[in-house]
Ligand binder design. Sequence first.
Ligand code: PSU
Ligand code: MN
Length: 309
Amino acid sequence: MALPFAVRLHPEVADALAEGRPVVALESTIIAHGMPYPQNVETARRVEGLIRTGGAVPATIAVIDGALQVGLDDVLLERLGTAPDVAKLSRRDLPIALATKRLGATTVATTMIGASLAGIAIFVTGGIGGVHRGAEHSFDISADLTELSRTNMGVVCAGAKSILDLPKTLEVLETLGVPVIGYQTDSFPPFYARTSTLPVDHRAESATEIAAILSAKWSLGLDGGVVIANPAPLETALPPDEVEAYIAQAISEARATGVRGKAETPFLLKRIAELSQGRSLAANIALVENNARLGAAIAVALAGRRPVA
Ligand code: PSU
Ligand code: MN
């Protein structure tokens, strides 16, 4: 199948897809705007390694030189992690960045777009965007949610950060018809901690079971994503009350200094890392790695279900 001219596949990714082998997509906003250098690039490389160990080919996605590049080499990863002017690209920004040849990092929404165009079905990230606290005033609801309603992708995450309004986020996902699956958990994980009081739609025990849910959804033509929520590892999880104090302070600083819109999430992540003296960053790194292991296993299970051409 011919790809749109603006999508460019790394040869290793193209070969794997052509042969029906498992591929896992990764986002680049977490590299350019979610973590500081050098941990961002180190994490990106380690996550790619874990996906390979799990039997799949990693495909980190970004906008480079006028193309939606699916699969980055080491030089490009380093560039994304160090360049001072990397744009944060959600769905509305994508055509502009492509036409103006900007260097851009893809969010969950745009990574889903690129991965889906390439023919990838599984995507690993840290946390999805959602309904921001105070959205009843600001209307700030991440385009990640609308993308989940339309683009076929299993999105493996550790839930969503409680910088968001998690009950409202889950309500919107329900409205949009996006299943929320807990991996070996009954509750929607709040990113830095492992459990919450918010139920998931279904608890799945295995990667095989998750692959079966994805197949069932898409075989019916029920387009859209599935949120696969994987609780953060116990060793680095942070106490919820402590995290809440950092979040409250970071949000009040954002309000006081007028930070909002697409700048809000990167600002809050940075402040929470500072306030927690790096422990939130350690937790973030550990949970992305944990998600990489699960994502690879789901991609392997899904590839096993598909007839190989
Ligand atoms: N949540 C995190 N870390 C992140 C992001 C979200 O815990 O790095 C990034 C993801 O790329 C996500 C984006 O898609 O922020 C959402 O931004 P916005 O709320 O502006 O849509
Ligand atoms: Mn927003």
